[in-house]
Design a protein around this ligand. Structure first.
Ligand SMILES: [Zn+2]
Length: 391
């Protein structure tokens, strides 16, 4: 009778449904996938963040933007790998900017290897005008300037080479801020070995060492101080050009040098990319006071990098990429540094060294400037905060 078989059929179907649900849950739990997004929740998770220093190839843009937003609270990120105009990648990155409503915005890049060509200045004019006209947020200059561009006489193109003056002046005239990375950690300019505090990083990346003879046989590497001096000459020479000193003004080991430069050059601001491990080692009260004193001049940056194949480099990595599960920890260590007075905790990029950092406990108004207000002003960006409901 159907009245007697119905209940049993219902229970069979019910059991099957429950079985499927259990199976689905098990698959969901154990299937390899990205970790559940988790916004690193500190006291000020409601403050939006603009990250002025990331590296994202076009094919990873959507995934990167999801990670920025969901795990870092980063609503706008500025892509230092924005490419060159005229088919060198910039147009593709501008399209991504438009498609993502400005969540990822490119800097453009300039090829300094052309400096000895007769049409160098024409190339600079063409490139920087195209950067501005196409909508790049600024110009990104890599550490290759000063350390990686050999000239025909064997010397390295210096950051303060006068042949580059026009490019730096023009960027200022066009309203393109310059994110400039000069030099590298001071330890990379000292002999590598077990005593070098960056030994783990140098062992994984021997080519990051700038100690001793250059591999091309054209003399020795310059000293850290000499490339830093070139950078200072450059900033001093162009008072109408805005410089964003990458990696904490390229001198995270010397916060007093950074403070001296911020004092001396009103056209200079700095960003924090990949240097929380370094600045977090200094006395927390001293750093707190420095951040408060220059609250209008320090911008939040991480140097979050994602490769075309999806490999992550969170500030720095060893031979292997960082796993996606480290992303929330990476952000959380940044926010803990800025927002708490916690002591002796793990910094964001373990490969950079075996030490802990101390938080600097910044007040809310300073955090708002560092997290987004300064970047809005310097890069002329829209307010990243969601608009309040209209009714
Ligand atoms: Zn970078």
């Amino acid at each position: 009778m159907t009245t007697r078989t119905s209940p049993s059929r219902t229970s069979v179907i019910g059991a099957a449904v429950i079985g499927l649900a259990v199976l689905a849950t098990a698959v969901a739990l154990f299937w390899p996938r990205e970790p559940t997004p988790r916004l690193a929740a500190r006291h000020y998770a409601d403050i939006p963040r603009i990250d002025v220093h990331v590296h994202v190839p076009p094919e990873q843009a959507d995934r990167a933007i999801r990670m920025f937003r969901e795990q870092g609270g980063v609503l706008i990120a500025l892509n230092a790998s924005g490419g060159h105009p005229d088919g060198g990648g910039l147009e593709e990155n501008i399209e991504i900017m438009q498609r993502t409503h400005g969540a990822l915005r490119p800097y453009c890049n300039l090829d300094f290897r052309n400096v000895e060509e007769p049409d160098w200045e024409a190339y600079v004019d063409r490139t920087l005008h195209a950067c501005r006209d196409e909508g790049a947020v600024g110009l990104k200059i890599f550490k290759g300037l000063g350390l990686g561009i050999p000239l025909s006489d064997g010397s390295l193109l210096a950051v303060d080479d006068p042949r580059l003056d026009h490019a730096f002046d023009l960027a200022g005239e066009l309203g393109l801020p310059i994110l400039i990375h000069t030099g590298d950690p001071q330890a990379f300019f000292r002999p590598d070995g077990p005593d070098n505090e960056r030994h783990a990083e140098l062992a994984a990346h021997p080519s990051w060492s700038f100690y001793g003879p250059r591999p091309d046989g054209m003399g020795d590497w310059p000293s850290w101080q000499s490339v830093f001096d070139q950078y200072e000459h450059r900033v001093a020479r162009h008072p109408h050009t805005t410089f964003v000193g990458a990696h904490f003004g390229n001198a995270p080991e010397e916060p007093d040098t950074v403070a001296r430069m911020l004092e001396a050059y009103p056209n200079l601001v700095v960003e924090t990319g990949a240097r929380i491990p370094e600045i977090g080692r200094h006395d927390a009260h001293h750093m707190h006071d420095l951040f408060v004193r220059f609250a209008d001049r320090i911008l939040f940056g991480t140097d979050f990098q994602i490769g075309g194949d999806g490999r992550l480099v969170l500030g720095s990595a060893g031979r292997e990429p960082d796993p996606p599960s480290r992303v929330p920890l990476f952000y959380e260590a940044h926010f803990r540094y800025f927002e708490t007075a916690d002591r002796h905790f793990a910094h964001p990029s373990p490969i950079q060294g075996d030490w802990t950092i101390d938080g600097i406990d910044l007040p809310r108004e300073v955090l708002e400037k560092i997290y987004f207000r300064n970047a809005m002003r310097i890069f002329d960006l829209p307010d990243p905060r969601p608009a309040p409901a209209s009714h």
